[in-house]
Design a protein around this ligand. Structure first.
Ligand SMILES: [Mg+2]
Length: 229
């Protein structure tokens, strides 16, 4: 364990700005209101608006992927779909499961003089309601969720990451991103910043490494420790 945590500490030493994905690193958004149930609720709302799922296609259980699908097939429904999904996500975070070690990363950033931006494909309003409910506002400089009504802003697009870096006024070299999905690593590469992969499920270490993560950790606690080192 010594060697990886040392290289993680080396990686983090020059970092002044930590960008954190939300679902996974900070909170399991759909721990109580499951992603398939949210997708189903969204599908019902869409059906009321005249959406017809492709016949014979498999049922999309990832609500964010469903939003992308709407953008491809019925762009006219995107504003309403995004609004509805935002409400569902806001409901979901109420029963989301906090990542206590992720909270330790927030505190370690504050204690070590680093700023934190949350950069997520989830809706800004939902994330902000979670941050407020869990009294995390003092640790979070800004929340940048998907651009409302524009699912193309979502990672793997680098757009949200670049927005965060620009808002911070920092450089690419003193920023790092932490995410738990391959699309996070891809977004980091496209934005030219390093991504630390958070492998919170079996098999993710290999996938995140393969995608080009600069480091992969099994727990957010390892990052908190390295930030304080
Ligand atoms: Mg995530």
């Amino acid at each position: 364990m010594t060697e990886p945590s040392e290289s993680l500490a080396d990686l983090l030493r020059p970092v002044k700005h930590v960008l954190l994905d939300f679902d996974g690193p900070v909170c399991s958004v759909f721990a109580g209101f499951s992603a398939p149930d949210v997708a189903e609720s969204l599908r019902q709302a869409l059906a009321d608006l005249g959406w017809q799922a492709a016949a014979g296609g498999s049922v999309e259980t990832d609500p964010l992927a469903l939003l992308r699908q709407v953008a491809e097939v019925r762009p006219d429904l995107v504003p309403a779909a995004d609004q509805r999904l935002t409400l569902l996500e806001t409901e979901a975070v109420r029963s989301g499961r906090p990542n206590r070690e992720g909270e330790a990363v927030l505190r370690a950033c504050a204690d070590s003089g680093r700023s934190v931006s949350i950069v997520s494909n989830n809706a800004t309003a939902a994330i902000e309601s979670y941050v407020e409910a869990h009294s995390l506002g003092r640790y979070v400089a800004r929340v940048i969720g998907r651009a409302p009504g524009d699912p193309s802003s979502m990672k793997p697009s680098p757009r949200l990451l670049l927005e965060a870096i620009q808002a911070e006024g920092g450089g690419l070299a003193d920023s790092v991103f932490v995410g738990d999905a391959v699309r996070d690593v891809e977004a980091g590469l496209a934005a030219s910043i390093g991504t630390i992969g958070y492998a919170n499920k079996p098999g993710k270490r290999e996938r995140l490494t393969g995608a080009g993560a600069v480091e992969v950790v099994d727990s957010m606690g390892a990052i908190a420790e390295a930030l304080m080192g």
